[in-house]
Design a protein. Sequence first.
Length: 216
Amino acid sequence: MATLLHIDSSVFPGEASSSRSVAGAFRKAWEEQHPEGTVIYRDLAANPVPHITADAWSAGYAAPSQRTPEQSAAFAARVKLIEELEQADAVLIGAPMYNYSIPSTLKAWLDNVLLLGRTAGETPSAQGTPVTVVASRGGSYAPGTPREGYEFVQNYLEAVLKGTLGLNLDFIVPELTMAPRNPAMSELIPLYEASRERAFEDATTKAKELADRLAA
C-alpha cells in the first residue's frame, strides 16, 4: 500500500491553522482510499528538526570513514529525514506564509533533505514523487494584487521542491485567512470563505485522484 509523508509547520494547533485544517482534509481523504496504507507524520512546530549545522553539512561531502563522530551523528539525523522522503509515494506539506516566506522549521527540514548527489543533482532520488503543498496566507498575493511582489512561498518552494528535488508539485492556496480576525479586512470575508471552501474541496478531490492514480 502507498505511503504518505505528511508535514505540518504551522505554529497554531488544530482548526486555528488553515494549513493544518486543509492538509487534514487531504490526509483524511487519502486514508479513506488507503485504510491499510502508511502515513509518516512530522509536526515541525511541536518537534522541530535541527537547523543545518557545519557538521551535518560537511558530512554530506566526506567519505564515511573520514567523518568525525559529530559529523556521523549529525548526518545520521539527515539520512533519516531523507529516507522518509525517498520512501514516500506522495508528500503533503502544510506551509503557511510567515512574514512573506515559509516557517523557519520547514526551511530547516528542506536544508536537511536537500543533499547534492542524492536528493539533488542530475538524478534526484525522489524525482517524480507527487507533493501537494497547502500554502495558506493571511492576505492575497495572487498575480495582479498589490502585494504580488511579496509572494516568496510558492516561488521558493517551486524552485526547491520542483526545480531541485524533482518532485511533481501541486499547490492548494487558502488565502485571506486573517479577514475574520482583522476588522480592516471585514469586506473580504466573503472572498475568504470562498477561498476556504475551494481549498477544502481541492484537498479532498486531489487526495482521492492521487490515491486512485497510485493504485492503478
